[in-house]
Design a protein around this ligand. Sequence first.
Ligand SMILES: [Zn+2]
Length: 1046
Amino acid sequence: MAAPALKHWRATLERVEKFVSPRYFADCNLRGRLLGDTCPLAALSSFLTPDRLPYPEAVRQHFRPAQVGDSFGPTWWTCWFRVELTIPEAWVGQEVHLLWESDGEGLVWRDGQPVQGLTKEGEKTSYILTDKLEEGDPRSLTLYVEVACNGLLGAGKESMIAAPDPEKMFQVSRAELAVFYRDVHSLLVDLELLLGIAKGLGEDNQRSFQALYTANQMVNVCDPAQPETFPVAQALASRFFGQRGGESQHTIHAVGHCHIDTAWLWPFKETVRKCARSWTTAVQLMEQNPDFVFACSQAQQLEWVKSHYPGLHARLQEFACRGQFVPVGGTWVEMDGNLPSGEAMVRQFLQGQNFFLQEFGKMCSEFWLPDTFGYSAQLPQIMRGCGITRFLSQKLSWSLVNSFPHHTFFWEGLDGSRVLAHFPPGDSYGMQGNVEEVLKTMVKNRDKGRTNHSAFLFGFGDGGGGPTQTMVDRLKRLHNTDGLPRVQLSSPGRLFTALEGDSGQLCTWVGELFLELHQGTYTTHAQIKKGNRECERILHDVELLSSLALARGAQFLYPAAQLQDLWRLLLLNQFHDVVTGSCIQLVAEEAMCHYEDIRSRGNTLLSAAAAALCMGEPGPEGLLIVNTLPWERTEVLALPRSGGAHSLALVTVPSMGYAPAPAPTSLQPVQPQQPVFVVQETDGSVTLDNGIIRVRLDPTGCLTSLVLVASGREAIAEGAVGNQFVLFDDVPLYWDAWDVMDYHLETRKPVLGQAGTLAVGAEGGMRGSAWFLLQISPNSRLSQEVVLDVGCPYVRFHTEVHWHEAHKFLKVEFPARVRSPQATYEVQFGHLQRPTHHNTSWDWARFEVWAHRWMDLSEHGFGLALLNDCKYGASVRGSVLSLSLLRAPKAPDASADMGRQEFTYALMPHKGSLQDAGVIRAAYSLNFPLLALPAPGPAPAAAWSAFSLSSPAVVLETVKQAESSPQGRTLVLRLYEAHGSHVDCWLRTSLPVQEAVLCDLLERRDPAGHLPFRDARLKLTFSPFQVQSLLLVLGPARTETLPLGL
Ligand SMILES: [Zn+2]
């Protein structure tokens, strides 16, 4: 051996790099020796199809001869290759691979089963035919490779998030057999890790030099042409990696993972195949590495695999029993964390957890949402109600302005529920297992000294792919090496158990986890948002009416299976790139079909339930007026009359019940309420007045005054106008459909109307209205009807927009005569406050926020609420309430928001607090109109109510049949406290209740939750924003039902 020499750090490093480089000196370096002899395929043939065919059908087709270099396509087609091969006899004793490099995403089929994904982008370009060819092994084989004509991340034209290029063509660039040298691979892994350590720890660190000199010495002793020199080099590496770190070292829990977006830059149907490609590969890794653990979320994807690839599903079940395949998340899909309603979020878990229990024998313990654009403050309570106390995400690392202060912390929700939250400090769910990432995980951890464990999720993701053997090899080598954190192949369960075991010093974050990016997703794709809101309502109404029909009629069959289908369809579209509008056009179109399906099947179920509900009741033929909300309502309703006409009627319908439709003759009197007066002034302005509020519109349709009549209080700021449409330039930095940037506010341009366009519509009495047209731009126009009903505390703005813009953002503003440092926004099962000022960077970063059905700006004694029926983007800056209406992003879907759009918002000035004034109820009313359902036979003569509550603070949100319901006669009721108060509440019911007991959100009985039920009522006690569920076991249906005065 040569005498020790002085070494130049940089030159030594690069020497080792060249030794492992695939690019330089591969003629003489170690990398060049990874593969030995090669051999062409015996035969290659292919069959091209626009369809996604099942295997048995595909292999029956006519295959034509094909060659390496052939191109196929276009985008979204599939090319099936028949690969016939014969391994040379001379290769006995060797490891033999099929090398396959092609564009697109491949899946290998062997003996009719999918066995492995082959994707160049996912570093999977070889399939192991045998790890050692034995004498007498069969050497001839036929495989199929199913290649989807799309990349891991879709087929964007020029950039990833551009709309897909429909003309893209694909090519096979390599298909042959080769001898693979495992010992060379192993040395390459060692050398790359040593290089990583040398670079990662840097020139100030002595361990860095030890790594570098070890690698240099390995190059010295290793002759790539002489495999007998390899063991000496291997021994040097082993000595280095075997030098242990101290006991205090940080521990990294490396978990295999594969983030598969359920639809995004590719359609839903491609995701089914992405799951097969990714998970067959994961199964192989689990077979070959007994300590490798793969965490997998999203029940929907597993359900797809179960029905399309039953063999693979069975393998996953086996590995789940061994603890290697770990279902996580507990939800149906990884849904958006902001937009779904509270009930929809509960259903994500209900459908998900029940699926996991049924298929894998247990429910998930961790909520898993690595890639969602913010997290509702109600999630901790929902998680806990679904048997989950642990939460994993990382997306907050994307916040543009403020850096979130923790990676491990307790997250406390709106009601005070706490869960343990962990964000992998490497800020990724797609790690590769290299040293840089391992060091980053340790160094970036914001909770150093408080906790000593971190998650490390490795595997290609977003579009699937998952881990590779090389990643596993790297992480195993780093098990316990001085200078680096310890790395364990671990599971989410082991990580959280370790975190829980040492959580005494952890901090608590209270309230929502707001992502300071992607704030355009509250608005993008208005039709999807509208479909979501509408379908949430339809399923609510179907479940309620079906439950009531079940309770009252022995004959009625609750449509449990159909409702499960429809719910799953709705939940699917709440995926974090669908309801958010950040998907390609193909996906948006599918989503619209899904919503249409829910609408039509839902309405059929609604009619069936209504018919069953009034069966056997005496009364005139006609209509049943149904109120699906838990309080009595008196509202103006348009009733269908013979000949397709409608007539307005003021109807009173009891809480969660029905009333007979008034006969046409009894329609007129509106006393004792004051009728609506409509006056048009000579200057063209219009005043609408119903005795509760008085609305004045100027001749262009702007709101110049809104007065609460009883107090004479003006709600519009002095010198300003409301209902002001404003346009903004909306050009983000990259993520077009996702982001609206703070600087868009600097481009605000009010849309000015033309005087003389305002006209009176409905002339008053039951309803008064005025309407106008507004040219927004040369290409876009809007028409609006401003409607005030008798007895109604809010004025509605029915809006139709023809929208043809590029990179513009339309909002409507209401400057209020109200001063408050905070505004209130509805969220799932409650509401929260956000500042109206931009004092700090945390306030400023929330220049655009999300809300559900209402937002409110109140000062002591007075406030102004802005309600909506399908919008989610909002903001209040100073005293200006602003509702975000339409955007015009061009990527990944240039058609997003284009065309005709329809929506309604409403304005409600009020005395006192929003709670006391009934803002929450008003927003429900706007979203859940009274239903006029045709009764097939005689409609009931008397009004009837199923449920009512003694406290206005409590909302009975959901009534449904229990998932497991003996004889079908158990209902689940879900209620929540909506005011933010401690309250006792009586629930009264006219249903034949035999037993009432509290349960969790998964409908599991609380053993101590028995509720005394007397005099047709029971008592419940709530804390602020608490959600409670109960099971009501019903007695036999009564043959006749007496109207019950409540
Ligand atoms: Zn995602």
